[in-house]
Design a binder for this molecule. Sequence first.
Ligand code: ADP
Ligand code: MG
Length: 260
Amino acid sequence: MSKVIAVANQKGGVGKTTTSVNLAASLHAVKRSVLLIDMDPQGNATTGVGLDKHNPIASLSDVLLGDVKIDSAIQRIGDTRMSAISGGPDLTVAEVHLMNMDEREYRLESALRTVRNDFDYVIIDCPPSLNMLTVNALVAADSVLIPMQCEYYAMEGLSALIRTIETIREAANPDLHITGLLRTMYDPRSNLARDVSRELLEVFKDKVYNTAIPRNVRLAEAPSHGMPALMYDQKSRGALAYLALAAEILRKEASRKVAA
Ligand code: ADP
Ligand code: MG
């Protein structure tokens, strides 16, 4: 059974794309087959794995609008066994068209149904808003991974996201759950980061991943070379942190299976 994880937080710059790309690469590194879906008009996950966001053969936007079958939009990343569906500026246009379509919240879910079991993991990089694209991602997903920076306003947007997740659970996707909150760009020397982290753990308890992603310049540099940190500098702290996250996700899943 494949797992579809939406990486979501309507705040920009919290590490959604960095997490999507590097978690996908880390799961691939431990021999899982992975499909990365770029749901963001900025197309940063697309370029982050070395694909062209302006001139794809077929993009996610074509899939959502029903112009192409999802199979023909799946592109192999380099010579890896990772695949991706590219996003980019045409998703903004697609979002407007979606508004007038039937079953508009279900476009991604129904397209994915035919291919999701070809992969162990499908990772969806969401845009920085709670718009129809994010709704499509949350309807298609089994779970939501929420990256967040441990700073002053971090908790503020969280309640709106959680309300959205609850609405979608009630209306369209009863099994949707938060798989975890991920502390990104984490600096344990900062008092504020430690305080916010403590608060987060008090409120969300074991929903917070043990793994926190440190601020690491290699994670910021890798996208300009069109590759995940694991390919750019596999010994970097950033790359190793995302490998640890992948291991934690696999462990959690194994223990859930035993418990079930
Ligand atoms: P989002 O997708 O939520 O908007 P990004 O993943 O694009 O966020 O991250 C925002 C910026 O921060 C990018 O320039 C990215 O390279 C950088 N960044 C993200 N995570 C880290 C990290 N752990 N260490 C250093 N820079 C990071
Ligand atoms: Mg992004």
